[in-house]
Design a protein around this ligand. Structure first.
Ligand code: GLU
Length: 513
């Protein structure tokens, strides 16, 4: 069957060894976009055969992160499906049976070498590799008599099963992004496929067997797995599955924002951005790592940002919903070289997506931030919060930024900006402000359209300095000389609060020496 006629079935196959790195999220996303575009299936397979590296909570974290981002799974541990179980530690029988198939066919062999024996060999032979050149000098089922092998196994001696790589072969790896790469089988070692100690296969065997049994059509994964691909090609061949072997797509790495090299958690710590989708609490060290969700990113912004790290739609469109991404995605427009992790662009996407939210929606998102600052949101009407948010939203990248820009609507100033006091709080200002408060007392209508001409007219009539008076006014109400239009502020805040703040300001602001 040709690749194009085949039902598209892709899998995201993380190992639950810690929080899902943002690069892994991009891999999951590209799998998802490709599956949805082709009306195919997205499988989530948990590759937990390395019991040493298992981390509690990691699987739940993966599920939660994908759900948050809207990357829906069709078949998986929680979803079920026709080819389960979808967790490798629950598929031991299947792997055992497949290991036996390879042993019976003479494509694999049993090796008894202990770690000490292997270390001794490494010390003796420079660049030692377990392969055609060395396997005959090792303790394995190729060198020991059959009865001896049987006896050792019956006695419970630990062993591994190794893949028998034939030397002198050209191994061809076809990758959708990279084309065909041919490598010599001589450089490959006889990889361990199974360990009797924990009765579990290694990554290579489990991965290949499952991709075959789960009818995976495309293996879309990070470039770091490219070195495994020749071995995987040989494994498909050894099982007689080459005709239905999946198409490989190895995605380029995510690179440091400011230079060459792979993006790491340290880059995030150093430059102040998360490299994980959700906050992660390390169960062993107790350390907390920042997450996109907890840092105030919207999932649609993260998805859009990640989609463009290594792919473009063929034109300069940047803002795309999940549905648009699904429609436009194509490996033809995936880059072959690494994508710099331009985290500032991520902020821009978040800003852009926040602007698409209504004031009421943003107000809801803002309420927990208000609470965190000791403000009880129910002390204010929903309309008040929404209007306050609406006045400043064009300036924010994150919901939490709303506090910096609109916090004064909910809490009177406790401090007044020193530089503005120096500049604007001239000796006549306490008197001017008292007069302004009196003028405002006499105004029945506090709407901006009515109040603005009255106050400006009054300033002109008294021959006062417009800039100084308006900025001093703002200083008493806001605490600093920035923010939305002054008369929109006072319209929303209302007469009593405005006048109260002016009078508090007169008492509290100490003129500069
Ligand atoms: N378990 C591997 C990982 O953690 C899967 C690699 C693959 O997709 O083949 O990424």
């Amino acid at each position: 069957m040709s690749q194009t006629e085949r039902e598209v079935r892709v899998r995201f196959a993380p190992s639950p060894t810690g929080p899902l790195h943002i690069g892994g999220v991009r891999t999951a996303l590209y799998n998802y976009l490709f599956a949805r575009q082709h009306g195919g299936k997205m499988i989530l397979r948990i590759e937990d055969t390395d019991s040493q590296r298992f981390v509690p909570g990691a699987e739940e974290y993966i599920n939660e992160a994908l759900a948050w981002l809207g990357i829906d799974i069709d078949e998986g541990v929680r979803e079920g499906g026709p080819y389960g179980p979808y967790k490798q530690s629950e598929r031991r029988d299947i792997y055992r049976e497949h290991v036996k198939m390879l042993l019976d066919a003479g494509k694999a062999y049993i090796a008894f070498d202990t770690p000490d024996e292997l270390n001794a060999k490494r010390a003796e032979i420079p660049n030692f590799q377990y392969d055609a050149s060395t396997r005959n000098s090792m303790r394995n089922s190729l060198t020991l008599p059959a009865e001896e092998v049987k006896r050792l196994i019956d006695e419970g001696t630990q062993y591994v099963v190794r893949f028998l790589v034939e030397p002198g072969r050209d191994v061809e790896v076809d990758d959708l992004l990279r084309g065909r790469v041919t490598i010599k089988s001589d450089i490959l070692d006889d990889k361990v496929l199974y360990k009797s100690a924990d009765d579990l296969p290694t990554y290579h065997l489990a991965n290949i067997v499952d991709d075959h049994l789960m009818k995976v059509s495309h293996v879309i994964r990070g470039e770091e797995w490219l070195p495994s691909a020749p071995l995987h090609v040989l494994l498909y061949e050894a099982f007689g599955w080459s005709d239905t072997a999946p198409q490989f797509v190895h995605l380029p790495l995510l690179l440091k924002p400011d230079g060459k090299g792979k993006l790491s958690k340290r880059d995030g710590d150093r430059l102040g951005f998360p490299v994980f989708p959700l906050e992660w609490h390390d169960p062993t060290s107790g350390d907390t790592s920042r997450g996109y969700r907890e840092s105030g990113y919207l999932p649609e912004a993260v998805v859009n940002f990640l989609a463009l790290l290594g792919w473009n739609p063929g034109d300069d469109t940047e803002v795309m919903s999940m549905d648009e991404l699904i429609a436009k995605f194509s490996f033809a427009h995936c880059s072959r070289s690494g994508a710099k992790f331009a985290f500032e662009k991520g902020k821009w996407f978040n800003h852009t997506y926040l602007q698409t939210k209504s004031d009421a929606e943003l107000a809801e998102l803002f309420k927990p931030v208000l609470k965190a600052h000791g403000i009880e949101p129910s002390d204010f009407s929903d309309e008040y919060i929404a209007r306050a948010v609406g006045m400043v939203k064009s300036r924010i990248n994150f919901v939490s930024d709303l506090w910096d820009h609109a916090g004064f609507f909910f809490k009177e100033p406790v401090e007044y900006e020193a530089k503005s006091i120096r500049k604007r709080w001239t000796p006549d200002m306490p008197g001017n402000m008292a007069a302004l408060a009196e003028l405002l007392e006499s105004q029945p209508d506090f709407s901006a359209a009515v109040l603005e001409p009255i106050v400006l007219g009054w300033i002109a009539e008294k021959g006062m300095h417009l800039g100084n008076v308006m900025n001093a006014f703002r200083l008493t109400v806001v605490g600093e000389c920035k923010g939305p239009h002054m008369f929109e502020i006072t319209e929303l805040m209302g007469k009593d609060e405005t006048i109260r703040r002016i009078r508090t300001g007169i008492e509290r602001i100490q003129p500069a020496e």
